[in-house]
Design a protein around this ligand. Structure first.
Ligand SMILES: Nc1ncnc2c1ncn2[C@@H]1O[C@H](COP(=O)(O)OP(=O)(O)O)[C@@H](O)[C@H]1O
Ligand SMILES: [Mg+2]
Length: 275
């Protein structure tokens, strides 16, 4: 099977000479289709840089990046990649419904591609493109569809941003700390919503977080990173059953995974300080 994302010896340096900053050093990572993979690590370890490189927004200085075996820019042009930023970035003058359907309108090529996916679905392949009103409804935003973003809470705006990203049915969804600005209750309900959509639409997700419990709860695999230079120090598969609902927090193994990841983060931090 072709990996959804493959990074081979990827490096990225910002600046030159003595002020050069090695944002990523010799990063190898393979993500199989449909997996939910989190990147975790202290700030400055290159998580956003890695995500931007996979998104094709930035080039790798060294090494090779493939998304479904094409370059990130080719994958981007084919709308294989969706991106959910840290803040919702909705257009304030458009209704929520118009905001979430806008990417489909400005990407006729993607619409054709969706059509192909729809054809495949009839032959037992993937599902047809979701109806955006229905997706909004499932995200608890049915009443918000015709409101302006400013009339919604921050959590609801971020919900809309997630719906917007899923609307194009990207094969790879990149999310950079999408819930970090939200209160804990809102965060947990958005985690549920994301896991539901992911389970149904079989998207590959690469998810950046600095919350250990969020990483364990959401992921099939947690990639632990460390700074100076930005690098991967461990890749941990989370062997816990799904669905991962609230009862997960009562499971001993959930907390064992949390402890393991904290331990890896701390030892990477100590070795960085000593360097
Ligand atoms: N455009 C840029 N120019 C210079 N340095 C950058 C740039 N983007 C990121 N960096 C540096 O690269 C390192 C990794 O940054 P980043 O990927 O944002 O880390 P993270 O998302 O893990 O906090 C940091 O030291 C940061 O200061
Ligand atoms: Mg970042």
């Amino acid at each position: 099977m072709t990996p959804a994302v493959q990074l081979t010896s990827v490096g990225k340096v910002y600046g030159y000479g003595p002020s050069a900053m090695i944002a990523l050093n010799d990063v190898d990572l393979t993500i199989e289709p449909g997996r939910f993979v989190s990147l975790i690590g202290p700030s400055g370890c290159g998580k956003s840089t890695l995500l931007r490189i996979v998104a094709g927004l930035e080039s790798a200085g060294r090494g090779e990046v493939r998304v479904h075996d094409v370059t990130p820019s080719e994958a981007g042009a084919a709308k294989l990649i969706g991106l959910v930023p840290q803040t919702p970035a909705l257009l304030p003058w458009l209704s929520v419904l118009k905001n979430v359907t806008l990417p489909q309108k400005i990407n006729p090529g993607a619409a054709r591609r969706r059509q192909r996916i729809g054809d495949l679905a009839e032959r037992g392949g993937r599902k047809p493109a979701p109806d955006m009103l229905e997706l909004l409804d499932r995200a608890g935003l049915a009443d918000a569809a015709h409101k302006l973003p400013a009339q919604l809470s921050g959590g609801m705006q971020q919900r809309a941003a997630i719906v917007r990203a899923f609307g194009l049915q990207p094969d790879v969804l990149l999310m950079d700390e999408p819930f970090s600005a939200l209160d804990e209750f809102t965060r947990e309900s958005l985690q549920d919503q994301l896991l539901d959509l992911w389970d149904e639409l079989k998207t590959t997700v690469l998810f950046v977080t600095h919350s250990v419990s969020e990483a364990v709860r959401m992921s099939d695999t947690v990639v632990v990173m460390a700074p100076r230079p930005g690098r991967i120090v461990d890749v941990i598969d989370i062997d816990l059953p799904r669905p991962r609902n609230q009862r997960l927090f009562e499971e001993r193994r959930f907390h064992e995974y949390e402890d393991l990841i904290r331990d890896r983060l701390h030892s990477a931090w100590r070795s960085t300080d000593a360097a």
